[in-house]
Design a protein around this ligand. Sequence first.
Ligand code: UD1
Length: 386
Amino acid sequence: MKILSVVGARPNFMKIAPFIQAIVQHNKLKTDNSQLITHLLVHTGQHYDDRMSNTFFEELGIPKADINLGIGSGSHAEQVGQTMIAFEKVLEAEKPDWVVVVGDVNATLACSVTAKKEWVKVCHIEAGLRSGDINMPEEVNRLVTDRLSDLLLTPDHLSNENLKKEGVEDSRMVFVGNIMIDTLEANRHKAEAIPIKTILQNNIFENIQRDLPDIKDENYVLITLHRPSNVDEKEVLEPIMRFLIDEVANNRTILWPIHPRTQKQLIQFGLFDEVKLHPNIILLKPLGYFEMLRLNMGAKIMLTDSGGLQEECTVLGTPCLTLRWNTERPVTLKENGGSSVLVGNNVNRIREEYKEALKKQPTPVRPPHWDGNTAQRCLKAILDAS
Ligand code: UD1
């Protein structure tokens, strides 16, 4: 059997790493050649910087991509269109039995559509997540990918419910758990061993000369922001920045690994220098997987608009303020037993929940099947469906 799996952007790498490992393990146990799996990894190249891509391959032991489509930055239509054109040629040359896509980025959409048009079976890992917000590019990607996929592998029961409501038959979906937690569990100890100071020293943002404070666990707030809905408009981003600068950074150190999109926007809105030079805000370059996991483990509070971090906070117990009005991952929310609260981008609400979160102790939660063995269940589901 030949499986071709696809990655494109940063949040895909931690999802594909355990899946590739599961294939390697499967092949080790098979003596009969007919049961061996041939695997090819395609990187669309949507994320291309070392820090957004290569670092994750090295840290997580992902083999170099067999094929890199070199798509790079662009509008959504450019990224999706160019990926489809290039991926069609790959499918014609390689003729896989299955294309496996993960998550909800532009690569997920482009490659699932192309595969179906070439009559190749598609498996979607992390199927069934729904934010209900069609203005979010990732929601469009999820809806189209799930509509087309032959096999829908879901991270939680709520996702199965979502798919059922959309009319998906039970035979097309398998509840496998959260594959990203496989990566977290496999690397927890490595991450724990990294001193925070080393992370700061190795990642301090370009051209900033400063003495680094001695930061201890629970003494800092960790921030990530990259969603277009939070960073692309000055009217939205500026009040959030004022809250961070005037209220949070007054009392606590903020550690902020900054996404390229957010950096560009802060520069454009004339806000970047104030943030960069603030004595209590430590801007960092995009971090590696172990470094981010380590900082998450020690954070007093996480403020983020990333879906993946919401999930990692749930398992680690870090109180998480999610700067969004909705989430495709409701299993991470406080009302469902998780550690995350939706605060949108309204500063009054962010402030109120920030104060509440400061009073909290870390409370790790483990939803069903978020146990580190999801990749094996994914591969079994594919073999069963073949
Ligand atoms: C993408 C995903 C999003 C995911 C996020 C994680 C889609 C629709 N969005 O959003 O789901 O949460 O990745 O990071 O697929 N850039 C660089 N270097 C890079 C990559 C990007 O400088 O290696 C710059 C580009 O110039 C671009 C901006 O960052 O303007 C945004 O990149 P893009 O790939 O368009 O989307 P993300 O916002 O990263």
